[in-house]
Design a protein around this ligand. Sequence first.
Ligand code: 1GP
Length: 235
Amino acid sequence: MMLDKIKAAKKAKQKLVAILIDPDKADDRMLQSVVISNPDLVFIGGSLITEGGFEKRVAEIKEKLKRPLVLFPGHPSQVTPDVDAVLFLSLISGRNADLLIGQHVVAAPRIKELGLETIATGYILIDGGKPTTASYISGTQPIPRDKGTIAAATAMAGEMLGLQCIYLDAGSGASLAVPPDLIRAVSANTEIPLIVGGGIRTKEQIRSAFEAGADLVVVGTAIEEQPDLLASLLD
Ligand code: 1GP
């Protein structure tokens, strides 16, 4: 089970890196770099999938990678049999009821039918320096970068509600990653695994996110743009 893997790593103080594959954008070079570099986890999905045939594309990617996939869903229609687990995201930084519970109601029967693992995730958008697809599509305002207290209180509330992990996201392709001080504020006030992503492009950024308390760092855009970077980010 994916959540068990994340929790066991946290307990062992072992930090994890996940690669996010957007099926619309991942080409063979990127998939090949994932096969060669073997990151700890592979997330798949995106907040705006424009190509049709999502299910078919995920099946192709699964066949190429031959490893577990964790769905990072942008929409309930992305629930598909070839993923092994679903980040069951509740957008707790926003006040959009549909993304707090509505889409979950739509997705739940299909997830159950497919027998997929769910990882109840408090999804918190942080201002990444420019409007991102996630904030625009969700119609919510991200938490300001200097408001660690708000981010921490939001994460604490998520933990108290029984969510299993927190995901701080500056949004895909963010110009600024989640600030270490904000990661630190959240990490100091919660016990559940902490995922951080959005705008991370360098090994130094990964290291500083880990030092601030991230348990799992997610990298997507940087690898789409430069697949060869992956090996050096993971070494
Ligand atoms: C986006 O956290 C992920 O939701 C990854 O972001 O594409 O900027 O790496 P990037």
